[in-house]
Design a protein around this ligand. Sequence first.
Ligand code: PGA
Length: 246
Amino acid sequence: MRYLVFAANWKMNIGPVEARQYMRSFLDAGELPSGRGVWVFPPAVSLQAVAQSLAGQEHIVAGAQDIYWEPKGAFTGAISGALAAQAGARKVLIGHSERRHVFGETDADTGKKMAAALAADLQPVLCVGETLEQREAGKTLAVVARQLEAALGTKTRGEVTIAYEPVWAIGTGKNATPKDAADVHMAIRRWLTDRGAKVTRILYGGSVSLKNAEDLLAEPEIDGVLVGGASLDPHAWAELVRTRSA
Ligand code: PGA
């Protein structure tokens, strides 16, 4: 049986008080089906609340949405990998499209953040994806390969998790078709295995919802989903993580 990952990216929503209520509702919905993992990425202020709610859970873990690459010091507003880990993060998103396009994060920044994540024992989830303009110009694979190389270098470590999130699909209600996503996932997987990655997990993100999750997850290339808007309600999220899969 395939292991499927359901990752919730809360973005700038759900403070610590709400996070405890959310996790209570989500966990009250019952045990996860076997062969599934849930990764929750709350805003940094809610990390500890989420992590504490997850004590004793094996397949549900918390992660940070971003870290800065320096280990500590005078960097107002930033958090390091070690601080995120201390608050209970086990994972971290690196290079999310909003970090790149709203906050101006560069490919080189993602490389430094990947290294910082590994140094802090956080498992990185590297986000890649093309804009609509790049897709229409036929540059999707070139853009994704450039983002992979900048973040991972030419040799990859044993285990890698990538989230393929086409920028035009994020928060727009327009998801990539399972076939479109699968084509890019296949190219990413080839890129990674050519460079020595052993276990690769590639999630799809961009307007995933209760309506399209089953079709997306039926595609063998898609190992899970990274979900923004449709993860904000604990009841709907509890339903989404129980999506039937072929
Ligand atoms: P969305 O966001 O599900 O709201 O499109 C996904 C993401 O940005 O990770």
